[in-house]
Design a binder for this molecule. Structure first.
Ligand code: SF4
Length: 416
């Protein structure tokens, strides 16, 4: 049974505007989690809650600048990112993780297999003991959740070989885990480590993220046996971890899913997993937006959230091309926030959701740009286009439709 301190439930339910009893029942039923180990950063993710946005950052072997990664975290926080994932694979990995935990203002997730492989220096020498030690260190440092790719076996990898996919495996953590299994001619290390990891997380409040190694990497890689196997296995493991008091998020349908299949796919995923919190990266419904993948991902993310995903991952314009810079992270977070907002309006209805759209419209009808910007997701960019002092905007000038209708008494009577 999952047990959460009553004061935490009270504080988080107030923040999430949900009845505390309902939130507790949802967490105990495995349909929501509380993420965050510090009071200021705690949030809830899952069914009947606002869709949340995660922001990936971290160093790579080709670009490793700790200060820039911290700047990305600060921008992500300012733009409304809910959580941050440290995906570092180079430089001072321990140092950056600790800084993010102490000063990003958001719950921090890690993928410990990255650091395990980096520090073991090869897939051949990455042992179970070493992986477990890295996880222990991350938990001790104060991470809020960890990702493990435990939903596939060697058998799944054989199916993958026969699947005829264009893109194969596109999950970094999933490919590392698969490589350990293949080169050491052994089972996925997380299969044997799973119970020890659950034991380690018990009573720490650290959420277990069951990763999505078998996700499709392009819209033409359709639902196949490896993906289904992983979802069924993750669903079983989520139940096992929940029964031992550990909260679980399931990653699914990340990557790329064609738009026509998205609704059915999300509903099937939620049915198989018993409506456990669903995290999606993207999903991108097209490949041709490369260079603008934050837009493709926002379209897919809005649809996914609207059909029942609970947690989106911000995708930047640099996706598939390089490590994003600070401005690209900013664009990605804003796009994902808009996607989450649209998804919530589909899930819960525009009135049940937020009043921001209504407020913004009413100030727009009054041609009050300064007040409009107060309700905008990105006031900075809006202000850079229209400074707000003029009553006119240059789109129509004296032929402004709002002004013309006002002159003839057909202006808005809507009160903000
Ligand atoms: S000038 Fe045109 S675009 Fe600008 S507020 Fe009026 S109607 Fe809208």
């Amino acid at each position: 049974m999952i047990s959460i301190d009553k004061s935490i439930i009270t504080a988080v339910s107030a923040k999430e505007k949900i009845d505390p009893e309902k939130l507790l029942r949802s967490i105990q039923g495995g349909n929501a989690v509380i993420l965050g180990r510090d009071d200021y950063a705690r949030i809830a993710i899952g069914k009947a809650l606002r869709t949340k946005v995660n922001v990936n950052l971290g160093t790579s072997p080709l670009k490793s600048d700790e200060d820039e990664e911290m700047e990305k975290a600060a921008v992500a926080f300012r733009c409304g990112g809910d959580t941050v994932s440290d995906c570092s694979t180079a430089g001072d990995i321990d140092g950056l993780r600790r800084k993010l935990i102490s000063s990003s203002g958001m719950p921090v997730t890690t993928v410990p297999i990255y650091q395990a492989v980096v520090t073991a220096e090869s897939f051949e020498s990455t042992t179970d003991e070493h992986i477990l030690k890295v996880i222990e260190k991350h938990v001790k440092d104060g991470v809020s959740s960890i990702v493990i790719h435990t939903g596939f076996t060697r058998g799944t990898l054989l199916h993958l070989k026969q699947s005829g996919r264009i893109m194969g495996v596109v999950s970094k953590g999933g490919s590392m885990t698969a490589a350990i299994s293949l080169c050491q001619e052994r089972e996925n290390p997380f299969v044997s480590l799973f119970d020890s990891i659950v034991e380690l997380l018990k009573e720490t409040g650290v959420v277990l993220n069951l990763g999505n190694a078998m996700r499709s990497g392009c819209v033409h890689d359709l639902k196949d046996e490896p993906q289904l196997q992983e979802i069924y296995t993750n669903a079983k493991l989520a139940k096992r971890a929940n029964n031992r008091g550990v909260q679980v998020i399931i990653e699914g349908l990340g990557g790329h899913v064609n738009a026509r299949d998205l609704k059915a796919w999300i509903e099937e995923h939620n049915r198989i997993t018993g409506n456990r919190p669903l995290f999606v990266a993207g999903p991108l419904p097209t490949e041709i937006g490369v260079g603008h993948d934050h837009i493709s991902a926002a379209i897919g993310g809005a649809m996914a959230a609207g059909y029942g995903a609970d947690y989106l991952c911000a995708i930047t314009p640099a996706e598939h091309l390089g490590l994003p810079n600070v401005n690209q992270v900013r664009e990605g977070v804003i796009a994902a926030k808009i996607a989450a907002h649209v998804g919530d309006s589909m899930k819960y209805g525009i009135d049940a959701c937020f009043d921001e759209d209504r407020q913004l419209s009413s100030w727009r009808a009054k041609k009050d740009w300064v007040k409009q910007f107060e309700h905008a997701i990105d006031p900075e960019t809006a202000k850079s286009i229209h400074p707000g002092e003029e009553k006119e905007c240059s789109m129509c000038g004296k032929y402004c439709a709002i002004a013309i209708m006002r002159k003839y008494g057909l202006d808005s009577k809507f009160e903000s």
